[in-house]
Design a protein. Structure first.
Length: 293
């Protein structure tokens, strides 16, 4: 599986980095060699980063967290949207609004505003406004939908963030670091690997390479969802069942009552047996003596 993935990544040009003059010295451990004026990324380090990121995402989703895929550059937009739709998670592909994580309450209020405007559009009240007001409200609705449509179902802070091109998505990584949210990022040779928790060195300008990597991460999220259902089933099975009331105490009480009844009957019978001779004896003694005649 790893060999096949490595072959696909190499065919997609994942190993081509940026020019030598644009490199970040912190990316030296991930660079295999230099060919002319460009750096060649070590594909083994790419595979290692993908495997670590898959394990991280699976654990986050299995523990009940959500994942947000972030990629606002043109080469990554479609891949980010497809990966998020594939695993049923959230995405940001147009623009990362400042405070999307650190000021999440305001973001939720803007999404509520979007729902309000959509309701007005459906019931016809939007068209009842003046042309200028209707145009302004429609423009506001389009703007909110463009920027926040990918996170409109996100009701809480995510458990992990995946970014494409850490250098471009520095705002998202900065907010995630401030809130302690783990991050995984696709990094080219001009990025800083210290800005992410899991670095995936790759050519972030190759549409095909980014698509392959994000599909692998989306599969890991899907595996994490299956782990959630398995753990829930195990917790249900491990839940202590309510013990049925035993019939032994009832039977014991019944046996005790029967024994007491039998003992009472025996005692009554003994008293009758003991009293018969006494009455008989009294009767014999009271009889007059028979006459000689």
């Amino acid at each position: 599986m790893a060999k096949q993935l490595a072959r696909e990544l190499i065919n997609a040009g994942v190993h081509f980095g940026h020019g030598v003059s644009r490199w970040n010295p912190k990316m030296a451990p991930y660079i295999f060699a230099k060919r002319g004026t460009i750096h060649i990324i070590d594909v083994k380090k790419t595979l290692k980063g993908v495997l670590i990121a898959k394990k991280l995402l699976a654990e986050v989703v299995a523990s009940g967290g959500d994942v947000v895929f972030v990629g606002t550059k043109r080469q990554a937009q479609k891949a980010v949207e497809a990966a998020a739709k594939r695993c049923g998670m959230h995405h940001v592909s147009e623009r990362w609004l400042g405070g999307m994580l650190t000021n999440f309450r305001t973001i939720r209020s803007r999404l509520q505003r979007l729902e309000q405007l959509e309701a007005m559009e459906q019931d016809g009240s939007l068209e009842a406004e003046s042309k200028k007001q209707a145009s302004r409200l429609k423009r506001e609705m389009r703007k909110i939908r463009t920027n926040l449509d990918g996170v409109r179902k996100m009701s809480r802070l995510p458990g992990a963030i995946v970014v494409v091109d850490a250098k471009k998505e520095y705002l998202a990584l900065r907010e995630a670091a401030k809130l302690g949210i783990p991050t995984a990022g696709v990094l080219d040779t001009d990025s800083d690997p210290d800005t992410v928790d899991v670095a995936i060195p790759a050519n972030d300008d190759s549409i095909r390479a980014v698509e392959i990597i994000l599909n692998e991460l989306a599969d890991a999220v899907a595996i994490g969802k299956t782990m959630v259902s398995v753990r829930q089933q195990e917790s249900v099975d491990a839940r202590p069942r309510k013990a049925r009331p035993s019939r032994r105490p009832v039977m014991a009480r019944a046996d005790g009552a029967a024994g007491a009844a039998v003992a009472a009957e025996e005692q009554a019978g003994d008293s009758e047996v003991l009293s018969v001779p006494e009455e008989g004896t009294a009767a014999v003694e009271s009889e007059p003596p028979a006459s000689d005649a």
